[in-house]
Design a protein around this ligand. Structure first.
Ligand code: SAM
Length: 212
């Protein structure tokens, strides 16, 4: 695993620059995100947190799925992303670092985080996942989505080139590097339920489902 990534300040600056334009890159993420939302297993009345929610597209889908009686919360490091998400009429948003989330323990039935851990340095991953675990109610479900290692010729070729680019300039890759999270999720005290790899346009994404 690539150990070092962007500093939080560099990540915030980068995503502030990109803002709502992030959705232009959705062409390689759409199928994996669809699966992640399905595996979140949403139902009316649930309380759901989306960490690093970006422009809020998935939070909007979550908000619809947990009506009536549910509550969808979103956090992001980048003020520009929060602004983009607010324009989607998402009420419960706050600026926070996913490593130090400002919520009481056992607050959420579901927690989603898509293409965010890819940006977190290796030495912070387990404590961040432990933080996610702390926020879930007993039996609560975590769904993670990240760039991962290739599984076929096209995606292996893509990842080789991506890593070369990343070594030259992490910022040119938005700070995202491929991860394999199953072991880390278990080290953080969560029970792994499922791992799927979706390849779209040669880009491999890992969907992880775990429960507290
Ligand atoms: C690659 S984008 C993904 C956005 C969204 N989850 C999606 O899948 O469309 C990464 C997002 O994570 C946010 N982010 C980066 N580091 C973060 C951190 N330490 N805590 C919270 N959000 C962070 C960025 O501002 C950005 O919105």
């Amino acid at each position: 695993m690539i150990q070092e990534t962007l500093t939080p300040t560099a990540a915030r600056r980068y995503y502030d620059l990109i803002g709502a334009r992030y959705d232009w890159f959705a062409f390689y993420e759409a199928r994996a995100k669809q699966l992640a939302l399905e595996l979140l297993d949403l139902a009316p009345g649930q309380s759901v947190l989306n960490v690093g929610m970006g422009t809020g597209k998935e939070s909007l889908a979550i908000q619809e799925a947990i009506r009536p009686g549910g509550a969808a919360f979103g956090v992001d490091l980048s003020p520009a992303m929060l602004l983009a998400a607010r324009q989607r009429n998402l009420p419960a948003l706050c600026q926070a670092d996913g490593r130090w989330l400002p919520f009481a323990g056992e607050s959420f039935d579901r927690l989603l985080s898509t293409y965010v851990l890819d940006l977190i340095p290796a030495w912070d991953l387990i404590s961040m996942l432990s933080g996610y675990r702390r926020l879930l109610k007993p039996g609560g479900r975590l769904v993670l989505l990240s760039l991962t290692e290739g599984v076929d010729q096209a995606s292996r070729g893509f990842v080789r080139l991506w890593k070369l680019a990343y070594n030259l300039s992490p910022i040119a890759c938005g700070g995202c590097r491929p991860l394999q999270l199953t072991g880390l999720v278990e080290e953080a005290g969560l029970s792994l339920l499922q791992r799927e790899v979706i390849v779209q346009w040669g880009v491999p994404s890992e969907v992880i489902v775990a429960v507290r």
